[in-house]
Write a protein of this length. Structure first.
Lengths: 292, 315
């Protein structure tokens, strides 16, 4: 293993933390859906791809800055997520986990390849004046878009926390997550709450997509790179835990950054997969409870 | 297993053997051979996923291992292609056993098993892409040397018959499994694992046998792919496309049925060819249709197309 000067390692850790916050935001939607609906949404990565293309089109066709595009995309993706759960995923499940696995796999294949058919496999990116801006922090140079992403990701997590803790909808969501039958008995419309939760998950993706766009390329398969990362974060942080998703995201961001530094780009991706497999294999009961 | 049990397989073999007599166009035979390779991969998935109810999202791990082992043994060690082919199957089965041992021993089921198999396949893909020994990103090229002794044939029809022979062997093995004690135990595990265990079924052993057999068959498909196209790289051999193909065909055609994977693979790829002739070569359109079909098939039970058609016809 090569030895690197301390500043380079420090910078890699800082960059890992910045990217990790956005990973955490992607994982937030996944963990929320898992915590409430107890389903694995395999289409999560494809929905992120869709959101990134939506943000790209908003910039390309309407000249909207990716950060401004958050405003229209959040309600659009909330509605899309709501409709998907209400009309496609919910009715298909019929109480069988494997049905949900297959139906969300079908969704992800369809969405990903629809993007391929429309936009072809070229990588696209937005040109914004601040894309290459850096901020000096002590000995380190940090990318401005990633710093903004870091801040907004935490802001979104805080907003989500407040919604879950203080609003009626949030209380209903928590009630359904804890005790579905009991919640239904006191008059909560469970399938509405499911769909709202799924909608919030999709809205988180819309924000994440807009945060990623200034510093990432868009391609039909971009979501795949994130989906296993998001699953890793979710199992690492504890299924259904909001703070766990953020912390897990930061941790995975640093792991990815450091393994990229020490193993090189082509082997660097392997660190995350190996962590994922190890966690699944050796901490399954503690992390999954009886649902596995 | 009685001779009667083999009748449908014989009928299928006889019918399918007519194809190279009726069709001589190279592209059509090419398509038929490719579809047969997919049938084989899907037949492997069907043993574990269809009969055993353990849905793998990472059968590429076995397909790729079969392909890489078959290619590497010829290229690096000069082993005869037939020996390399057999070793490829053994290597894939071994990988299946190891992945199965690790995951099933940890009690991974349902979505978690699907995710862990996917992650394993990705690890293999990244490794094969990065390591010098496997040709890295450039892939592996098996030199053309057309001799039957070399597992390379001048006519596509000969290769078609070899592929068909392997599919028939897989069908006979599946039928034998259906009729054997192991098959009954496997279905019992799928239907209710706790009940099966309570009745004395050694669940871990049954699942391990299933994944080993399943991986071996899918590995054979990978080795056959390498032998026919004479080129593989990490995205072909370990790519998620083959995991998806191996899963879609049995689900669409009828998981846990003898001919389900074949019905599914033929149906899906005929549909893909038909779409191509309709809208031209737009990348991804065929997979959009596959995805939508998967959603529809799961959304409206019974969960496979033949069942759906039977019910619509009121039988």
């Amino acid at each position: 293993m090569r030895a690197f000067p301390a500043e380079i390692v420090l910078e890699a850790v800082a960059n890992g933390l910045l990217t990790g916050a956005v990973y955490g935001l992607v994982a937030l939607g996944l963990t929320l859906v898992y915590g409430v609906l107890h389903i694995i949404n395999f289409a999560h990565g494809a929905l992120l791809t869709l959101a990134m293309y939506a943000a790209f089109v908003a910039w390309h066709a309407f000249g909207l800055d990716p950060y401004v595009a958050i405003v229209p995309l959040v309600p659009i993706f909330f509605a899309l997520g709501y409709a998907l759960q209400r009309f496609v995923i919910g009715p298909a499940s019929r109480g069988d986990d494997s049905n949900i696995l297959l139906v969300t796999l079908g969704l992800s294949i369809a969405i990903e390849n629809l993007m391929l058919a429309i936009f072809r496999s070229d990588t696209l990116s937005v040109q914004v004046p601040y894309a290459m801006e850096v901020v000096e922090a002590g000995p380190m140079l940090l990318s401005l878009p990633r710093l903004i992403g870091f801040g907004v990701a935490f802001l979104v997590a805080a907003v989500l926390f407040v919604i879950l803790a203080l609003t009626d909808t949030g209380r209903a969501i928590r009630a359904v997550a804890k005790e579905r039958v009991g919640a239904a008995l006191v008059g909560i419309d469970v399938s509405h709450v499911y769909a709202v939760t799924f909608g919030i998950g999709a809205a988180c993706l819309a924000v994440a997509a807009c945060l990623l766009l200034p510093s990432f390329y868009v391609s039909p398969r971009v979501g795949n790179a994130f989906v296993l990362v998001a699953f890793t974060i979710v199992v690492l942080g504890g299924m259904g835990s909001v703070p766990g998703a953020l912390l897990g995201g930061l941790f995975i961001g640093v792991v990815e950054s450091l393994s990229g530094l020490y193993l090189g780009d082509s082997l660097g991706q392997i660190g995350i997969f190996v962590i994922f497999i190890l966690v699944l294999l050796f901490r399954p009961t503690g992390l999954f409870g009886a649902r596995a | 297993m009685t001779p009667r049990d083999l009748l449908p397989i014989l009928a299928f073999a006889a019918l399918a053997a007519l194809v190279p007599i009726l069709v001589t166009a190279g592209t059509t035979l090419n398509f038929a051979i490719f579809t047969l390779i997919l049938c084989l991969a899907a037949q492997g998935w069907n043993i574990l996923g269809g009969y055993g109810g353990q849905y793998s999202f990472g059968h590429a791990a076995f397909f790729g291992t079969g392909a890489y082992a078959a290619a590497l043994l010829q290229l690096k060690l000069g082993i005869s292609p037939y020996g390399a082919f057999a070793t490829g199957i053994a290597a894939a089965a071994t990988v299946g056993f190891v992945i199965g041992f690790l995951s099933f021993r940890s009690g991974l089921r349902g979505s978690y098993f699907a995710l862990v198999t996917l992650a394993f396949a990705e690890v293999f893909r990244v490794l094969a892409n990065a390591v010098e020994f496997t040709g890295g990103a450039a892939g592996l090229l098996i030199p053309i040397d057309v001799r039957p002794a070399n597992f390379q044939f001048a006519s596509r029809a000969s290769f078609y018959l070899v592929a068909l022979g392997l599919v028939v062997v897989a069908l006979v093995m599946t039928r034998a499994l259906e009729r054997a004690r192991l098959g009954a135990q496997l279905v019992a595990v799928r239907e209710n694992e706790q009940a099966a265990r309570a009745l004395g079924v050694d669940v871990l052993r049954v699942k391990l046998s299933a994944i080993t057999l399943s991986a071996g068959i899918t590995g054979a498909a990978g080795a056959l792919y390498a032998q026919y196209f004479l080129y593989i790289d990490s995205n072909i051999a370990y790519g998620s496309w083959i995991s998806v193909e191996a899963l879609l065909a049995p689900i669409i055609g009828g998981a846990g049925t003898l001919f389900g994977p074949i019905v599914g693979a033929v149906l899906l790829h005929s549909l893909a060819e038909f779409t191509k002739s309709l809208v031209g070569r737009i990348p991804g359109v065929d997979l959009v249709i596959f995805g939508v079909l998967l959603i529809l098939v799961v959304r409206f039970p019974p969960r496979d197309l033949p069942g759906l058609i039977r019910r619509r016809l009121g039988r």
